[in-house]
Design a protein around this ligand. Sequence first.
Ligand SMILES: NS(=O)(=O)c1ccc(C(=O)N2CCc3cc(O)c(O)cc3[C@H]2c2ccccc2)cc1
Ligand SMILES: [Zn+2]
Length: 269
Amino acid sequence: NTMSLDWGYTDDNGPSTWAEKYPLAAGARQSPVDIDTSKATSDNSLVDREIDWSYPSNCSYRIVNTGYGWRVDTYGDDTALSGGPLSEVYKLEQFHCHWGATNDEGSEHTVDGKSYAAELHLVHWNSEKYSSFKEAASQPDGLAVLGVFMEIGNADNAELEKIISLIPKIIHKGQDSQASFDLDFGSLLPESKHYWTYLGSLTTPPCNECVIWTVFKEPITISERQLEVFRSLKSVGEEDAIEPEEGKLVKNYRPPLPLGNRVLRECGP
Ligand SMILES: NS(=O)(=O)c1ccc(C(=O)N2CCc3cc(O)c(O)cc3[C@H]2c2ccccc2)cc1
Ligand SMILES: [Zn+2]
């Protein structure tokens, strides 16, 4: 029926079922992973190769309810991500977030088995080597995603508040809102640039193994109220007449997959 999505985060269409329709989900280079800090190697290939980003301060954005969460599409012209594990310059395509029903789960990557309450993903594509995001997404070095852990703090995150204030306009799947605000990405990222990096995949179907992952060690903070606003999003469209409490997007994270024989590198203590 129209209500059954071909993938999602419920018991009948969640991560353990994805490989049935999306065979890549069963690959050996999947994401997320549990970051076993004892396995991280700090070889000097990354030493002082800081991750460098430059994002515009004032830009127009489109926030959309994908049915799996909110996503802010940027018009990545004057954005650039380089350094760290990256050999080319990548452009910012979009950013989005994953969270759970309670604060003790929600992040996709975990650190020595610990989950954070949410995880922000800034998705970039290799615009030096490929001509489009879609083309890049079929290449092993096509995408570079920055992962930022989010933990609950007393204060609101002021930058995120600019995004959260738009969520009431996109409660239902498919709704979007155009906004131009001066987003200071610098404060959506932690102060410390220390990170782990490894080769992985999209964490949603079709799970393409096209992502160079960089996960910052230091979390940023978000308030409980702000996280509750995320959970108020609906995974169904306005026309899907269901009970008010049904269809709430309380959980949209994929649990960790085995690192296998992949190398996990770190930069900074
Ligand atoms: N969580 S994540 O690994 O950081 C991630 C990154 C990019 C994307 C992404 O931008 N797209 C494009 C829109 C889209 C819509 C879907 O319904 C879906 O299941 C996946 C995506 C992915 C996507 C990227 C590349 C090729 C196909 C799909 C999704 C997730
Ligand atoms: Zn993501």
